[in-house]
Design a protein. Structure first.
Lengths: 350, 568
């Protein structure tokens, strides 16, 4: 049974369309990431699912029963949906234990008394149950918010940018910890994020949004290996961007002919090449001069000037393989990591 | 020029103690603090002066009544202002209904009406010969004694009139607190199974509690300090007792002792406010603000919401204001003459002089505190701004007792040395009056100036100083231009409060010197209500100025539109 289904959902704030015809499903026990740049409407989707915003068009189902359609919306308190805000929104006047117990009002006393402790054990904060939120670190606050949302055993959990409030070291640790807790709870989850790496690391299913619409959805590897357009390709990873033209059904390049991806003959195209698509070779390839080497740890970014036409390209190679600056190398292309798209309107999202 | 070690910020234990050589700024602040503290110290010290017969007489006859009335008044006004202030604040911040935007600022209008002015307008409206009872008699053909009508000249009447003009203090602070709360917190409460109403009771209200307590404390301080309303409505409280003892019995020490007893109430109030705020300051765990999604009220609910906001405005502003206008139209032609203009000129002169001095002193204190932060300076500024909690009558007694003592000493000395009597040269002068006002209203100008000085970052000070300006020149060329708007605001607030002030003026004014407020009250006490209206109306009109300022501040603080929603 699907935990959440959105069908053709539209929502406008004061007449300005924030999300447009959203179709999305969160399967039972699945983790779905809504991924997109800020202002793309992803948080609005989450608010619609929680019942904090009404829908102007379309329908919303939770556990396959309808909760919203135009003109009718089940209030958030009746939906049985857990929500963790970006800044956690803990109740500052309640202790950690009271925060976690907040959603258990009206439940049998066994549950009211036992669940908060279980939940705090689950997130590893049993020791802090009598503390007030402002005495906790950011990571601890996030875990309390998670425990609070999980305590009433919601049918669906919604997380809004759950890690952006944390510094980079804490973020990876909290992310793994959250994933562990979500898997143990076996709960269907929707996470909103602007970080593609985070989405790909966590999600079973990703929906990429832009300007209120879902552009593409699929598993992380589907999206990564076959982005539907230049925006998604650029959003998911760093790329070398070039222009080309379709000639004779293919796009000629320094590295030979590339598949035209169905673009019309004679049309201008964007050619996007991931830095990791370029590698050094001892036989074949095109000559280039190493202009700069920037080590990132286990990989390095190598800036190259092509000997043929002076094009500047960036390659990502293992640091142990990185050449010296000024060296002459031969470069080959892995076509699976290069993409051809119709020359779109100038992409502004960078 | 010798180089001295750069002055360190007082971070160590020793440097924080007052062993450091005090400089000009600190000395100035200490002198101001000393002057402001004198009247209060005098009043409190009077507790240790044996007052003998008078005090025993007071304690046996009227004191229990003062205590009981004062307590009842505080409880009544406290409950009333809480109910009206919190309910209206919640309605205008969280609900959508016709007239909401208008009510948001109009709910402040009763602040413009001084308690004594509403007391005697209500007295005139609801007395036996007044329009309300006359209309009832005409409508139902009743005669005297045929019906029961509540007496406005009662404790209940005093509670009513004070509640409808003092609830804006609670409203103002509660509204600010509700706005400040992150809506996320309410929304989380909704997703955890609470209805909008339950979320209000369990989350919003506890979070706003410190602010609400602050507003309540302000309203109750005004209640304690009120003299005109309780005097007119014949409710004996500490303030009327102080007047009776001072003027009627001619017993300054006993009056000071009553003042000291009143001060204990004020102290209790301050402690209450501190404790309800104290211990645990609610740090807002959420810093995201989004446009408030107001619950739309429909049909009857909207009508109730409208009525709940309209009634206090009607009772606290429209009704008394309308009556004052009607009376003024009736009597202006005879009342507004050269004498009236003299009254107005007196009021404006006193208010302007006090405002200018209060702002100058406040600037001195606030800037000094900035230049020389330290416990001594902090203590001095805190003492200087405590006068606002002290009732005007208490300050008047506390100013006049030492001034009279000084006068007598001076007079005795001059008579002994030169054989001439100087009489009373300090007490009963405008200087004494303005000093009394300063003690009472310095807090208003200081808080405003200090808050606005915060807008000038320390790096601006640093830039000006490294560009060769001294502290004084920095103040004149950097700070004052930046905060000039706030200085005007501070001056305006003090100006209006002095215009409205009644009890301190009545005690301290020079012989035969009158202000609008005093004249309005005297006429009202003589039951010449219609004649008192032009003066009262002038004060209300001036009192609307700060309401306008507050409304503008409210308009600016309104959270952004929907575009903010996706900002993150």
């Amino acid at each position: 049974m699907d935990a959440l289904t959105l069908q053709g959902v539209c929502h406008a704030y004061n007449g300005v369309l924030a999300i447009d015809s959203i179709d999305l499903t969160v399967g039972e026990g699945k983790l779905v990431c809504l991924l997109g740049p800020s202002g793309c409407g992803k948080t609005t989707v989450l608010r619609v699912a929680a019942g904090l915003e009404a829908v102007q068009q379309g329908r919303v189902f939770i556990a396959e029963s309808e909760v919203a359609r135009p003109g009718a919306s089940m209030p958030p308190e009746e939906r049985g949906v857990g929500l963790v805000f970006q800044d956690y929104a803990l109740f500052p006047h309640l202790t950690v234990a009271e925060n976690v117990a907040f959603g258990l009002k009206g439940r049998p006393s066994v549950e009211r008394l036992g669940t908060p402790k279980q939940m705090l054990d689950l997130v590893g904060l049993a020791d802090l149950s009598e503390r007030y939120p402002h005495t906790l670190s950011g990571g601890e606050q996030q875990r309390v918010a998670l425990a609070r949302a999980l305590a009433p055993r919601p049918r669906l959990l919604l997380l809004d940018e759950p890690y952006t409030g944390l510094d980079i070291h804490l973020r990876n640790q909290v992310r793994d910890e959250t994933l562990r807790v979500l898997r143990m709870a076996g709960i269907s989850t929707m996470i909103v994020t602007h970080d593609p790496e985070e989405a790909m690391y966590m999600a079973d299913h990703i929906a990429v949004m832009r300007a209120g619409r879902i552009l593409q959805q699929g598993t992380p590897s589907e999206l990564y290996n076959a982005p539907a357009n230049a925006f998604i390709a650029r959003f998911l990873s760093d790329v070398n961007a070039m222009h080309g033209t379709v000639e004779g059904g293919v796009v000629p390049s320094l590295f030979g002919s590339l598949d035209s991806n169905g673009v019309d003959e004679g049309a201008r195209v964007d050619v996007l090449i991931r830095p990791e698509a370029l590698s050094f070779s001892n036989d074949g390839g095109r000559p280039a001069i190493v202009a700069a080497v920037r080590p990132l740890g286990h990989t390095s970014i190598v800036t190259l000037i092509m000997a043929d036409d002076g094009t500047e390209l960036r390659a990502r190679v293992l640091s142990i393989d990185s050449p010296a600056e000024g060296a002459q190398v031969m470069l080959t292309l892995d076509v699976r990591q290069s993409f051809v798209f119709p020359c779109a309107e100038p992409t502004s999202e960078e | 020029m010798s180089l001295s070690a750069p002055e360190a910020k007082p971070n160590g234990f020793l440097s924080g103690l007052p062993f450091r050589r005090p400089d000009g700024w600190t000395i100035t602040a200490l002198v101001v603090a000393g002057l402001v503290a004198t009247p209060i110290a005098v009043v409190m010290a009077s507790l240790f002066v044996p007052a003998g017969e008078v005090w025993r007489h007071l304690a046996a006859t009227v004191l229990p009544g003062y205590v009981a009335n004062t307590m009842m008044l505080m409880i009544g006004v406290g409950l009333g202002t809480l109910a009206i202030g919190v309910a209206t604040a919640w309605l205008v911040t969280m609900c959508q209904f016709p007239g909401r935007a208008l009510f948001e600022w109009a709910l402040l209008l009763p602040l413009a009406v001084p308690t004594y002015a509403i007391a005697f307008t209500y007295g005139g409206l609801f007395e036996f010969a007044g329009p309300v009872q006359s209309a009832l008699r005409d409508a139902f053909a009743w005669g005297r004694g045929d019906y029961w009508f509540p007496d406005i000249r009662s404790l209940g009447g005093a509670v009513l009139v004070m509640t409808v003009v003092l609830y804006p203090y609670v409203y103002l602070l509660a509204r600010a607190a509700f706005l400040e709360q992150s809506v996320c917190v309410i929304e989380v409460s909704r997703t955890l199974g609470r209805s909008p109403w339950q979320s209000f009771v369990e989350v919003a209200l506890p979070l706003a509690r410190p602010a609400i307590a602050g507003g309540l404390a302000l309203a109750l301080m005004e209640t304690l300090g009120d003299f005109g309303a309780v005097q007119y409505l014949a409710v004996s409280t500490f303030t009327t007792g102080i007047f009776r003892t001072w003027f009627g019995l001619g017993e300054p020490i006993a009056a000071a002792q009553l003042s000291a007893a009143l001060m204990l109430f004020v102290l209790a109030l301050i402690l209450f406010e501190r404790s309800s705020r104290g211990g645990r300051k609610f740090h807002h765990t959420s810093r995201r603000y989004r446009a408030l999604p107001r619950y739309k009220l429909g049909g009857t609910t909207a009508a109730w919401g409208f009525l709940a906001c309209f009634t206090p405005i009607f009772l606290g502003f429209l009704l008394p204001g309308g009556q004052l206008v009607a009376w003024t139209l009736e009597t202006a032609s005879t009342v507004v003459d050269a004498d009236f203009l003299t009254l107005a000129a007196n009021s404006v002169m006193l208010a302007s002089a006090t405002a200018v001095i209060a702002v100058a002193v406040a600037l001195l204190l606030a800037y000094g505190h900035r230049l020389r932060p330290g416990p001594l300076m902090a203590g001095a500024t805190r003492v200087s701004s405590m006068g606002y909690a002290i009732p005007g009558a208490v300050i008047a007694v506390g100013v006049l007792v030492p001034f009279a003592w000084l006068d007598n000493r001076l007079d005795a000395f001059m008579r002994e040395a030169f054989g001439l009597s100087t009489g009373l040269i300090l007490s009963g002068t405008l200087a004494a009056l303005i000093f009394g006002y300063l003690v009472r209203f310095l807090a208003i100008s200081f808080n405003t100036v200090e808050a606005s000085l915060g807008k000038v970052t320390p790096t601006m000070d640093g830039s000006a100083r490294t560009l060769g300006l001294g502290p004084g020149a920095t103040l004149a060329r950097v700070h004052m231009p930046i905060i000039s708007g706030s200085l005007l605001t501070a001056a305006l607030l003090v100006f209006v409060d002095v215009m409205k002030e009644l009890p301190a003026t009545m005690i301290m004014r020079p012989f035969n010197f009158n202000t609008l407020a005093v004249r309005a009250f005297e006429l009202a006490e003589d039951e010449q209500l219609a004649e008192s209206a032009p003066a009262a109306l002038s004060i209300v009109a001036v009192g609307i100025l700060p309401v306008i300022l507050l409304s503008l501040a409210i308009a600016r603080s309104r959270p952004g539109h929907w575009a903010d929603k996706e900002a993150a």
